[in-house]
Design a protein around this ligand. Sequence first.
Ligand code: FAD
Length: 265
Amino acid sequence: MRDMAPQRVAIIGAGASGLCALKCCLDEGLEPTCFERSKDIGGLWRFEENPEDGRASIYRSVIINTSKEMMCFSDFPIPEDFPNYMHNSKIMEYFRMYAQHFDLLRHIRFRTSVCRVSKRPDFATTGQWEVVTESEGKQEAAVFDAVLVCSGHHTDAHLPLNTFPVDELACQLGVKPNLLTLFLTDPRLALEVAFGPCTPYQYRLRGPGAWAGARKAILTQRQRVVRALQPPGRARPSALPRILKVLFSILAVIAAILVYRSRSP
Ligand SMILES: Cc1cc2nc3c(=O)[nH]c(=O)nc-3n(C[C@H](O)[C@H](O)[C@H](O)COP(=O)(O)OP(=O)(O)OC[C@H]3O[C@@H](n4cnc5c(N)ncnc54)[C@H](O)[C@@H]3O)c2cc1C
């Protein structure tokens, strides 16, 4: 009967990693509980003059060094009017939009530290873990089927894998875009995937976690980058494809020459 109940997952930390882990668990029909020892989401991106003990924090003026199309959650593009390289306050704004959009907050227990994770005595048959948490000085133990450690790597670094090859992982999971099939079925998209920037949406086109909005997100990524470079309040750039603009320009020049010649003596 245990197989029928949703699997319970403990997620440690509600920074960028914890938030998307939470969202993915919900997508898979799991039952996640996220434990965050501070009072809010965002992890090190939530600036505070005096961050809590044990929480890494950026400094006041940090601007992220990864562009918005590269850093975004793969199924939640960053709004087009956000700068391409965001100040930390905009990153927090984006995290809050993500948490709100996917209704994540109700699964997070704030001001709750995970003190210990250990295998249950019957782990060999159940695969279950005991997670001990502490909140307001009170300890509590609960049993989970899985634990996702998203506690960050800037205060207590623990990197169990020597390498983390994204491409190899993508192949193993079956989410790497198949360029040949794409060129045959959707050449416009194939061109952008093959020759455009390698943005995270590419890994949501197929396989587990495929997202219906991935194609559109890929085809509009340049538009979002360009939009962020426009002065505020300026009208959106025309959606007319560049090729049509070039064609119209050539036709206009030809028309001007013909008119000029017809009027010449
Ligand atoms: C100064 C600085 C600048 C950076 N700039 C960039 C950049 O420009 N581009 C880029 O891609 N990356 C950058 N990074 C890398 C950064 O690691 C990632 O961007 C990302 O924020 C990491 O998210 P995370 O969720 O893994 O960890 P964190 O953001 O550290 O979140 C971990 C969370 O876990 C909670 N937690 C920890 N232990 C427990 C516990 N036992 N119980 C309960 N909760 C716990 C913490 O309170 C925290 O909220 C930067 C890092 C730093 C320090």
